[in-house]
Design a protein around this ligand. Sequence first.
Ligand code: NAG
Ligand code: NAG
Ligand code: NAG
Length: 142
Amino acid sequence: MKTVALLFFAFVLVYTAPTQNDEYHILRNIINNVSKLLEDPEKLSGIMVPSGFDKSRCISTRPEDFCLAEEILFKINSTKYVIPENILNIGRLLIQYNQFHQTNCTVTLNKDEEQLRDLLKDLGCCAQFKYSRLNHKRMRNS
Ligand SMILES: *[C@@H]1O[C@H](CO)[C@@H](O)[C@H](O)[C@H]1NC(C)=O
Ligand SMILES: *[C@@H]1O[C@H](CO)[C@@H](O)[C@H](O)[C@H]1NC(C)=O
Ligand SMILES: *[C@@H]1O[C@H](CO)[C@@H](O)[C@H](O)[C@H]1NC(C)=O
């Protein structure tokens, strides 16, 4: 009896753990956290980040733009700007997501810059696109 209970417990662990951290949930958390930040434009105003994130390339199936976004968010100059708390959380979510799509990317500092707000809009839009695509796949498979 004990063994059965233990087995059941192990089964539940294996089957619940991935669902909270899978691509789908990570993307949804990215989308929600990004929209939440964008609702508060004052916190973002004037923060500049290296450009390089390309929305249309991101929407294609290639993974390097999420890698770029991760690098860019962690490289915001914290001497110069007050970094909104949620940015670090989005950065951590990107790290989790990128573990599913490993790639290398390089951000060039001190080149062109863009507003953090614009980067977040593009990131949110791309995450939404990837989320919908994943959602279609899930619907087809179930
Ligand atoms: C932001 O992401 C976290 C996970 O890191 C999640 O728990 C939280 O619900 C998200 N925030 C919003 C506003 O959805
Ligand atoms: C961060 O900003 C400070 C103040 O503007 C500047 O002196 C410093 O060089 C910047 N650091 C980087 C890595 O760009
Ligand atoms: C990324 O670069 C490192 C070091 O050059 C290499 O070992 C690794 O295989 C690369 N990863 C991918 C996914 O290309």
